[in-house]
Design a protein around this ligand. Sequence first.
Ligand SMILES: [Zn+2]
Length: 284
Amino acid sequence: MVTIRSKKSIGFTCFLLFVMLTNSSILGISAAEPLHHQDQGLGENAESRDLKKEHEHIHEVHCSRERSRAAWEIVEKYLMHFVERERYEISRNCRLHPDNDLFRDQENHKIKEDVNEWQCGYCKKSFLSEEFIDRHFDSRHYNLLNFTGSKCLADLCGALHCDHVLGSKSPRAKCNPAAAARNRHLCESLADACFPVSQGPSASRLHELFLQQFCYAHTCTGGIKPFSKGGRKETSVLYFAASVLTLMLLPLFYVLVCLHQSETRKDTQELKRISRLGRKAKPM
Ligand SMILES: [Zn+2]
């Protein structure tokens, strides 16, 4: 009787242990643990479900992340290499300063592993697209956005020609003179704040460049295109590979040319020797 009861209690304990283990493993998956690479197998459904849950907590930000990103990319491509060349330091009074971009810190914590693999630099959670990681930032890392001052880079889009880059405006759309004048005014005020002419020759040169690059195109008379000074040249992987290959093949080419030349020289010397011998043999 005692043995039967102890066997029963052992069985019950085992059952309890099993239930606890299964529960803990289930909880382990459903808890707010970050989704690392190995968890990617849970698939898009789990991720989108997760994001739906996050979406419910999305806070309202009256600044477009997409347009802010476009403005940042324009500044990076069409302005910053000129600024770097002049070794000019943009002050915080300039709205193009990185500290004045509401999303800069979050964008810097966006790790692109692949086209379909994005990782959050704060919590290491993985995402299948940029859209998902953006939504994750909006909900989970909202507290990291710095709202002090006017930091919405998207507000400068009119001056920086974001629509031109994003292709969001039809090229056949009628030009609005009032809007063009407003954008030009904003553009010129940016040039004045970022590159005050009083600060020396570098600032003056950059001021003029900024006007040519962004401001003069804000007109309805046409003819002037934005970014007339050109953008940063991107060194592609293909270009790099081609350069390396050329550098490797160049010595080989020279060796071949040298070999060919010495061969021809040898041949002509041989021909000369034969003709000399022939001439000598003729009087006989
Ligand atoms: Zn995160």
